[in-house]
Design a protein around this ligand. Structure first.
Ligand SMILES: NC(=O)c1ccc[n+]([C@@H]2O[C@H](COP(=O)([O-])OP(=O)(O)OC[C@H]3O[C@@H](n4cnc5c(N)ncnc54)[C@H](OP(=O)(O)O)[C@@H]3O)[C@@H](O)[C@H]2O)c1
Length: 248
């Protein structure tokens, strides 16, 4: 198969790219560092010729709803337009379990992305997953000058490697619409995860609790970001992920 991986240089995208190549697929990476600006569509012409499926793993780091909406809407529209012209038969994207519970920040863009895909011209598959184990590392490294903060929150984190394998399985099948959610094997407290990560990498600084207000804070505390009973569960626990860190 020929797969195009949008955001193929990012955290999820790099796993997708390496694992797709290991499965014997022909891979085209679409990102600014490979000459494709997906907000404007510049550099996209011709890149989707002969592609069997596009997997969108692009991302923007923001908590502002307008920034998130303009990013995910812009990228999705560019991809869907190029897919229509190149007659690509399958568009896949990755979104987040419980996104509807906190539509006032980053998740606003994920919901717009889902809507555009569901109403778009390309047959599609959407996978919602929970937070990745790496989310703890991302929150920790946002801290500056030894000041680290993280919220308490009910999450069920998943290994990004398992997310990538599952997305590739889906890309090898027929477009399936909204597929069962994918989550990690057990519930964790987000603040405890960030503190365990800090300990694992030898940081002696304090990670203070700072709970976000608004719908996102409520969603984290209430369990709205946890998977339902019908979700598929991955295998690697957060503790196993920590043990496997190269700097642990
Ligand atoms: N992190 C989590 O816990 C989590 C959980 C569930 C779902 N997700 C979803 O997983 C997806 C991937 O997230 P991630 O954390 O793996 O992403 P990431 O590491 O932040 O990577 C983002 C990718 O997007 C590319 N990109 C950004 N702006 C671009 C632009 N204007 N044009 C072209 N490429 C652009 C980047 O490459 P260049 O910089 O080279 O352009 C990079 O390859 C997101 O949709 C996210 O919502 C994440």
């Amino acid at each position: 198969m020929k797969l195009a991986i949008a955001g193929g240089t990012g955290l999820t995208g790099a796993h997708l790219t390496a694992r797709a190549a290991a499965r014997g697929h022909d891979v085209v990476v679409l990102s600014r560092s490979t000459g494709v600006e997906l907000l404007s569509g510049a550099g996209l012409a011709g890149r989707l010729d002969g592609v069997d499926a596009v997997i969108d793993a692009t991302n923007v780091t923001t908590s502002k709803p307008d920034v998130s909406v303009s990013f995910f809407a812009g990228v999705t529209k560019s991809l869907l337009t190029a897919e229509r012209l190149a007659k690509v038969p399958h568009h896949l994207a990755l979104t987040i379990v419980g996104a509807d519970a906190a539509p006032d920040g980053y998740y606003a863009g994920k919901l717009v992305q889902e809507r555009l895909i569901a109403n778009g011209p390309t047959p599609w598959t959407l996978l919602r997953t929970t937070q990745f184990h790496e989310f703890a590392a991302m929150l920790f490294h946002r801290g500056r000058a030894g000041m680290h903060v993280a919220p308490h929150g009910r999450v069920q984190p998943i290994a990004v490697a398992e997310v990538a394998e599952h997305l590739l399985d889906l890309s090898e099948g027929e477009p399936a619409g909204r597929t069962p959610d994918l989550a990690g094997p057990r519930e964790e407290d987000l603040l405890a995860m960030v503190r365990a990560y800090a300990h694992a990498i030898g940081s002696r600084g304090l990670v203070a609790a700072m709970d976000p207000r608004g719908a996102y804070g409520h969603a984290l505390r209430s369990g709205a970001l946890l998977p339902g009973r019908e979700a598929l569960l991955g295998r690697q626990t957060f503790a196993q992920w920590l043990d496997a860190l190269p700097d642990a």
